[in-house]
Design a protein around this ligand. Structure first.
Ligand code: PBG
Length: 325
């Protein structure tokens, strides 16, 4: 059967028809909102390269959490900007650390909202690297213990999910063992399994003040040219005990997302990162593109490629727009 019997335009004629046969939808319930928590009170400092996103003190983060819940978002992912940084990133696993404090406050104010915590040392080390430094290199095995301690302290503070983003080898296993030893057997791990060494994280590093003092992250984050290697990363993280996996960034890596979706039957997340947000926000500010439409089209594409969950700075805005229909 072909033209003229077959006409694909028939089902595109009205919004009613289009909606009926739409294969992929984006709902508020799919979106996770990232927050950057900093010391102080009543602090709401806009991030220069991410207009509309802020560094927030704990009280302000609680207000954001309540708003997120009211908009129907399922949860947040928290990043911490500690009052002091040191060589071993001790703020990351301090039971009184900034993310631990924010987690307790948010879980108290909005218990049903999921709190996911990013587990990494880069925001907490004075050199800005994701692990401890030995000479010129990031020491893999010596970093694992600190990452595991961070995850346990987040879970003890009430985190619903811990999300290691450091890309050290063996960290998922180390975190799972530490959680289990601490009797936190029910805390799930969302691993940033395939995290690329991407220039799209630039605005995040301004927000989290985590730009490395020397060198870069190419000795642990993945080379942008590799997709098969992403499948190995995912397989290893699942073997080590990851409950969910994430691909990051999102739009430039939709093929990776799709390959992982095809190969593995586990919940899959994608991180629509800071640079992706910044590009879109900047172009929209100049009226070069339609912010709302490009935002929803981007989120739809990420879902269509296979993501169950999308971490995005647009979460609140998209939820508001989707509610209006
Ligand atoms: C590391 C971490 C980073 C992001 C999330 N977790 C930065 C990095 O690896 O340099 C980037 C997120 C974004 O760009 O939105 N803790």
């Amino acid at each position: 059967m072909a033209f003229p019997a077959e006409r694909l335009r028939r089902l595109r004629r009205t919004e009613g028809l289009r909606a009926l046969i739409r294969e992929t939808r984006v709902e508020a319930g799919d979106l996770i909102y990232p927050l950057f928590v900093c010391p102080g009170r009543k602090v709401r400092k806009e991030i220069g390269s991410m207009p509309g996103q802020f560094n927030l003190s704990v009280d302000e983060a609680v207000a954001e959490a309540e708003e997120a819940r009211a908009l129907g978002l399922p949860g947040l992912i928290l990043f911490g900007i500690p009052p002091q940084k040191d060589a071993r990133g001790s703020g990351a696993y301090d039971p009184a650390g900034i993310v631990q404090e924010a987690t307790r406050a948010i879980k108290k104010a909005a218990p049903e909202l999921l709190v996911i915590t990013d587990v990494c040392l880069c925001e907490y080390t004075d050199h800005g690297h994701c692990g401890v430094i030995e000479g010129e290199t990031i020491a893999n095995d010596a970093s694992l213990e600190l990452l595991a301690r961070s995850a346990v302290s987040h879970a003890r503070a009430g985190a619903d999910i811990v999300a290691p983003s450091d890309m050290m080898d063996g960290r998922v296993g180390a975190i799972r063992r530490a959680l289990d030893e601490a009797k936190l057997t029910d805390t799930p791990i969302l691993s940033y399994a395939a995290k690329y060494a991407s220039a799209f994280y630039g605005p995040f590093r301004e927000a989290a003040q985590s730009t490395p003092r020397f060198g870069d992250r190419r000795s642990h984050q993945m080379d942008p040219g590799n997709a098969r290697e992403a499948l190995r990363e995912v397989a290893l993280d699942l073997e080590e005990g990851a409950d969910m996996v994430m691909i990051k960034p999102a739009l430039p890596y939709l093929d990776v997302l799709w390959r992982v979706r095809e190969r593995f039957d586990v919940p899959l997340a994608a991180y629509h990162v800071s640079g992706e947000y910044a590009m879109l926000a900047a172009a929209a500010e100049r009226s070069w593109i339609d912010r709302d439409r490009v935002m929803l089209e981007s989120l739809t594409a990420i879902r269509r490629a296979g993501a169950d969950v999308v971490v995005t700075y647009f979460a609140k805005e998209a939820a508001r727009l989707l509610r209006r229909g």
